[in-house]
Design a protein around this ligand. Sequence first.
Ligand SMILES: Nc1ncnc2c1ncn2[C@@H]1O[C@H](COP(=O)(O)OP(=O)(O)OP(=O)(O)O)[C@@H](O)[C@H]1O
Length: 580
Amino acid sequence: MKESIVYKRLAATFRPYLKTVTIILICLILSAGLNILLPLTSKIIVDQGLLKGNMQAVILYTSAAFLIVCLDKLLNVCKETFRAGLSAQVTFSLFEKAYLHLTRVRMSYFNRTNEAELLNQIGTDVGNVSRITDSGVFFVIMQAFSMIGGLCGLLLINWKMTVIVLCFLPIKYVVVKYFVKRRKKLVGDLIEGSSDFAQWFGESVGGMKEQRMFGLIPHKHQQFSSKQRRIVESERKLSLLDAWNIASESILIQLLMMFLYVVGANLIFRLQLTVGGIFAFVSYSAYVTTPVFAILNIGYMLAEVVPSAIRYYQFLDWAEEETSNSVTPASILTEPPFEDHIAFHNVSFSYTKDEPVLPHVSFRIARGEKVAIIGANGAGKSTLLDLIMRFSQPDQGIITYDGIDIQSYEIDEYRSQIALVSQQVYLFDTTIFGNIRIGTEVTNDAIEAIIAEVGLEELVRNSADDFPIGSNGSRLSGGQRQKIAMARALIREAPLFILDEVTSNLDTAARLNVQQLLKTRLRDKTVIIVTHRSEILAHVDRVILLENGEPAQIGSHSHFMTCHAEYRGWVLGEEEIPIK
Ligand SMILES: Nc1ncnc2c1ncn2[C@@H]1O[C@H](COP(=O)(O)OP(=O)(O)OP(=O)(O)O)[C@@H](O)[C@H]1O
């Protein structure tokens, strides 16, 4: 992304707050105007008051200077009030945009990025980008205004000395340019290192059990050291660079002062300049040099903002949103009635080019039908469900819902017609009731009825009403988590019910419960269930068999049990082996 585009987009960030920005600018202009008067009053106090013994002039002009300072400080408080508000609003809106984008990006985005990495990336980028509303930036703007006044003041006092001040500016330009270039590189390294560390950290914490089980801690510690060292080294270099930048700036300013005092003294000795004049000149020269330093230094500050802004805008632009339908917005339908069937028409899908997971899959499931999906590990069962859920999109072919391409439905309305219990359940850190109620407005009685049906009664009876289940249900067993996931799907009363390997953690009684549900609560619903369990397969209407890279085969459980040896193996392999 070009830097010019980044600057344009950063400028656009201020567009909704033009009124606030205008008030801040007015405060800055007034403040700069007042400040320009100060060296003049000092000059008059020295030349007209102190050197001529005129007490009246001293009192009058010191009072004027006092009033100017008071007014300036009041303006500063007013400006800060608006600037702090602006800064808070910009930070909020940048974060909100990023968060809302995350809620809409295609699910495949999360395969590439873990939570820790995401939080680090968005937090760093929003923090850095919102620095454009820092007081430092507005200070630079104010300095630009006072520079013009300062230059007029210098020319009024002595043009020869003004030339010295102006000759000094290119030297600082070259020095600052060098520092900006170095800083950009170091900040880029730091961002990359932090993001790499965050990704590693997220993954390491996620696999903490495995680290302990397989004795990986020394190896992980080594990785930690090298990744953290990269970050602290970049930070150390940045601090050092800052120190050199400040030192070079101070040295250059002092050098300029030295020249000004030597030349100024020469002019005073030849009576071409007054004593008050040299003091006023030195003050005005600071008005000219500080803004130029500050304006050039803004590049130094932007060196931190730009890499973050590039990454932030790339995230907004490149992570494609799932709401960007392939059909035209005008043809989007809001209410999928699901009165008839769901069908795959020659659907192909692959995660990586030329390696189709699902090639040319076609089938039709009528309303109320119970269909099982079976296949070896990696055959594409979960992928097929993701396509139905619109977490992924087919590369070829279409999926229809009542004869209409599912992409044509408004995505939230479409998903509201489906209740999914996925293979990897995610539960929120709230109560059991809170997890079951999620996203619905059901009564406690309805929840209690579902709890009885999925076999969670005992757990609920033995735990307090406000028992928090922990992050992702960490205080529950695998089977209990699966039952909660079942309950929260059942309560949605959606016409299409999808179960992905839900029996994996369930005991015999709970599996029979699922079988029972097919005949009771799910009797009129369309059910798609991924399972290898014979007690469930025996109760479905049809089975869709997926084999790696092959088109789907459709038949009944008894048909596959007689004609498909591998199928028989999967099913019988799932039967419990009796202990002799
Ligand atoms: N996000 C992904 N990116 C790349 N490849 C993937 C991704 N998810 C799954 N795959 C690959 O796609 C294939 C099908 O995976 P899928 O999870 O659909 O299989 P499955 O039949 O549900 O397997 P299982 O019985 O083990 O749950 C596998 O070979 C897997 O490696």
